[in-house]
Design a protein around this ligand. Sequence first.
Ligand SMILES: NC(=O)c1ccc[n+]([C@@H]2O[C@H](COP(=O)([O-])OP(=O)(O)OC[C@H]3O[C@@H](n4cnc5c(N)ncnc54)[C@H](OP(=O)(O)O)[C@@H]3O)[C@@H](O)[C@H]2O)c1
Length: 388
Amino acid sequence: MKKCITILGSTGSVGKQTLEVIQNEPESFEVIALSAWKNVDLLKTQIDQFKPKYVVVKDDKLAKELKNKLANKNNCNILYGDYGLSKISTIKEIDMVVVAIAGMNALKPVIEAINAKKEICLANKEIVVSAGEILMEEAKRNDIKIVPIDSEHSGILQCIQPQFYNNIEKIIITASGGPFYNLKEAALDTVSVEEALNHPNWQMGNKVTIDSATLMNKGLEVIEAYWLFNISLNKIEILVHPQSYIHALVQYEDGSMIAQLSNHDMRIPIHFALHYPKRVKSNLSRLNLAKIGQLTFKKLDSKRFPSVDLCYEAIRQGGTFPAALNAANEVAVNAFLNQGLKFKEIINIVSKVINKHNNKTNPSIQDIIYQDRETRRLTSQFCTENKN
Ligand SMILES: NC(=O)c1ccc[n+]([C@@H]2O[C@H](COP(=O)([O-])OP(=O)(O)OC[C@H]3O[C@@H](n4cnc5c(N)ncnc54)[C@H](OP(=O)(O)O)[C@@H]3O)[C@@H](O)[C@H]2O)c1
């Protein structure tokens, strides 16, 4: 039987690649709903191709623009805003929600989808970082498995043998190091947006690419792994592996280590997540280890990239601390991309903001949303002051 799917964020990097996987397997999947935010033109192309019953855009104005473009040619319901995202995450016709929105706007629809007992394939990391405890509790209460799409977490899931879960000694997440890992400290002062967006191995959305350059992405992935796999923080490590063919490793207490390898192609973890818990044949590219020849590794230099330690500290503090870290980072990255903030200032500002954070333990969703909003306001202020 076909799986009926909603894709939140179908016009983004992960969303488009999810549609590529689905397009090649029409016997397995049917697209019921898609969401974009502003990219109405691409959404129209996707509607023409996949014929969803529902689509969502940011607001009323874009909904009207899309309606005019479609010229009533098909029976697609056009919704907008938070209501629209909630609706397409919970409708009866769907079995699964693929969460490929970047940022915190995914939180509410994902919680609603879990409560509506939909399978969740999760690319978005910001909501796990900010509200991991609540998300995992909701998933447990509803007996829903959250299947990660992020390549490192997909790798961990594939390396964990459930019968040996209690024998895990540590989990290792690999990091390419991003475009600046070998750059001299002083040179980091002057790197441009274009240079920071030039990831050595992966083509991704802008936010996650900048996070890879600051290594904040790895820190956020540690927090994500902590919640998704219920593993204590001192058992999660980062290892620099510039070629990025190994995505994760799990070390067992008998001395064996299991690694997951594949090409740099997000369609591989997406395909795995869509079919989970089955493994299904795909025509996606295979790794040619003989051609690659060498895989290299080095210890992470966390002094040069302090974002990683900030993330470990955030999870140790708990409460609303990780949400504040995530919000400060999103705003600072945006200021780097669009408002001329210097690259090195991204993490300096995040650090300053979270040093001022008034932590609230055992937060509710409302507390997290409130702290997220307040932290964004404070960070914008810091970014503006930094510019002046
Ligand atoms: N890209 C990767 O390879 C990769 C790998 C691992 C994990 N991830 C994670 O996956 C998530 C998506 O990443 P991405 O690189 O695919 O991002 P992206 O290319 O920036 O795409 C984001 C998607 O979300 C929509 N969107 C943007 N702002 C929104 C809002 N406020 N509310 C609702 N929808 C909104 C965008 O719509 P418009 O296009 O209309 O603006 C687009 O469809 C991120 O959390 C990222 O960390 C990505």
